[in-house]
Design a protein around this ligand. Sequence first.
Ligand code: ARG
Ligand code: ZN
Length: 431
Amino acid sequence: LFIVYCLSFVSADDEDDPKNYKDFKLIRINPESEDSLSYLKALYEGESPYSLDFWQPPTRIGALVDVSVSPLDAPIFVRDLTSKNLKYIVAINDLDQAIQNERSTTAWHHPIDGFSYDKYNSLVDIHDELKRLKREHPDLVTLIDIGTSHENRTLLVIKLKGRRNVVSEKPAFWIDAGIHAREWIAPATAMYTVRQLINGYDTDPQIQSLLDSVDFYVLPVMNPDGYEYSRITNRMWRKNRRPATCKRNHFHTICCAGVDLNRNFDWFFGSRGTSNDPCHETYHGPQAFSEPETQAVRDFLEAHKPKAFVTLHSYSQMWLIPFGHRKRSYPQDYNTALRPLALRATKALYDLYGTKYQVGTGADLMYEAAGGSHDWAKGNLKVPYAYLVELRPKNTMFGNGFLLPEREIPSTGLETWEAIRVVADELVGQF
Ligand code: ARG
Ligand code: ZN
């Protein structure tokens, strides 16, 4: 026993020094058979001899799988893929380079410091911009502090309402973004929505009457600790920053930080598509709503009972409808309300620049996953229109996954606004 005790030691997977992605690869795999698929699924579930980061987990035959791998493990990994007859391409050969290419180099176009709608901003800059909007449009804007993160950052909601209240009881529309830290296009898109509404109020009669009839609540960064961690320490961080939870196996104790907030809602908590391993990317946490970030959103939504709920993620260009926790599980108004509206919204999105979205449930189009916020919003809170949107890009031949270049922020922001507007218009008169 003494020897065992001496051999055991504690290690942590993440450090505070910035993670270097020099020569890390993004491998894009096309699973063409059941065998290939189950091989990849086993790797994803954690039986992996090498350290892999699944950007796009295996789902079904023909759906491309994106995995990032270290330069050390890459040769062994692709040798194994070849021996198992899996087809792949190296989508990114040097992740570090791709991370640098994500940012525009035209600094004269975007100032390095301070907020810009066309770049990826720090949390402080986003909050400063929200405060500026409130100063400049005090009649339209209210800021609401709905709670604080593990590391004490504010969860700041911007409420937008028109000057004339057309009806006394107005429907509320909830939009959140950045529940997953590395999906930077999501907060940027949420900020675009805010700007479209504010600027449109005095220039576009339709937006004016919309904002006079619907109250918007936008939380641009739902996972502020993770977001800052992905900016400063590890660009590919997904979870929140819950202090490390330890697990023991034989001689080893391994401790990992973070909970996947989109597995932490109380909807079939801990079942399919979630992990009880604190080191896994989909770790669901010790219990439903164990995290301050999910608690704050739950409490706010329970108090405000929105009629529409949109949670912004990236990537794959999908407009997802509940339910995502189990295949072939649909709300009773799936075909009569949720899906027709999603089709109209993505049609409007397509009409702007020709960007194609798939429409369906997360379980049917991707993988099953319990504890998601949009499932909870529909199933538990009974929000009539609840959606999860996976923004650009698509993981076809090209596309840098989470590393969407800054120059695509404006078009993504504007096309997504067209879709959100369709959903908002639907609330007018109906509630
Ligand atoms: N990528 C998101 C996540 O992992 C979306 C999941 C959508 N739901 C689903 N069941 N596939 O949380
Ligand atoms: Zn996500």
